[in-house]
Design a protein around this ligand. Structure first.
Ligand SMILES: [Zn+2]
Length: 315
């Protein structure tokens, strides 16, 4: 049997990471390259000539004298962490299939759990904003699940206290192979929630395959074609071939969340989902995931801790 292309790819080894991003200097150079691919541009006057005030990672414009910090205006702004530590966080978040807990990340970086939590959630925020506006197209499979509890066959929508309802949508090829994934928290499995989700996440030309749970009809409000499939309930539903991939994805997410995070706060569920979605959607090029996330990070505005602590929006 052919080896799984995703599982057996090399990724970015720790040795390769150290060679590329082992020093503060190398990390600064990488951030500068992501931020100004064609060289420094002064944000005030557009001037390109500048001098470097190296120890503080400041760029001074020769024309107007304005000083610009390398990380100002980016997700890396106003941080206690060195860029080298940020890069290590980027590494762990992109190269580990199951993600990394803030406790573990803190140990690896030699910082407190709170500092690690903050860095990690800032990077998750980057992932969330990066994929928020991309829509799935073509054939998609949609299914519902609860985080924090057993998927309960015919009892959906009931007995769900303390559990977080989410909807998983997988874009597949015509043959049913998974292409891209979207994971969204919803307020409940109601038609209006599915409508909102479909309008934000799906192209109107989508054909949505789901089971017969009535809320899924909401996708037609976004112009999508709906193909409900009667599955019965419980284990039988899980074995229905039409939902093979969406069920696989949901299974992996639950395993990862239970294994890595134990329990996550309901209000932070969207960022956790964004992290899984981000990695899944880029799974064919593990090594490139770090620079791609870095590129997005310097284009994501700063996010202060007090905002990070607030709940993220639904859908
Ligand atoms: Zn200037």
């Amino acid at each position: 049997m052919a080896r799984n292309k995703v599982q057996y790819q090399k990724g970015l080894s720790e040795a390769a990471f150290d060679r590329q991003y082992g020093s503060e200097e190398q990390c600064r150079a990488a951030v500068a390259k992501w931020r100004w691919p064609d060289g420094f541009v002064c944000p005030r006057c557009g001037g390109r000539r500048h001098s470097l005030i190296k120890t503080r990672a400041l760029y001074q414009c020769t024309a107007c004298r304005r000083q610009t910090s390398l990380t100002a205006g980016t997700i890396f702004a106003a941080t206690k962490l060195s860029l080298r530590s940020w890069f290590r966080a980027l590494y762990h978040l992109t190269q580990s299939k199951q993600g990394i807990s803030s406790l573990e990340l803190g140990r690896r970086l030699g910082v407190t759990q709170t500092t690690a939590w903050t860095a990690k959630h800032k990077l998750k925020q980057v992932m969330m904003e990066r994929d928020a506006t991309k829509r799935l197209i073509g054939r998609v499979e949609m299914d519902d699940a609860y985080l924090g509890g057993q998927r309960s066959g015919g009892k959906r929508g009931r007995g769900a206290a303390g559990k977080t309802p989410i909807v998983a949508t997988v874009e597949t090829t015509a043959e049913g192979r998974p292409v891209r994934l979207k994971l969204r928290r919803v307020r409940g499995f109601r038609r209006t929630e599915i409508e909102t989700l479909a309008k934000r996440s799906l192209d109107a030309a989508c054909t949505v395959v789901s089971d017969a749970l009535s809320c899924f009809r909401g996708v037609t409000a976004a112009g999508c074609t709906h193909q409900p499939i009667r599955t019965g309930s419980g284990r039988k539903a899980v074995l229905t071939p039409a939902f093979k991939w969406v069920n696989t994805a949901l299974g992996n997410i639950k395993t990862a969340i239970v294994g890595t995070y134990r329990a996550i706060r309901d209000k932070h569920v969207p960022r956790y989902l964004a992290e899984f979605e981000y990695r899944f959607n880029r799974r064919y090029d593990l090594a490139a995931m770090l620079p791609r996330l870095g590129w997005a990070a310097v284009r994501t505005p700063p996010m202060p801790y007090r905002l990070l602590k607030l709940a993220e929006a639904h859908a």
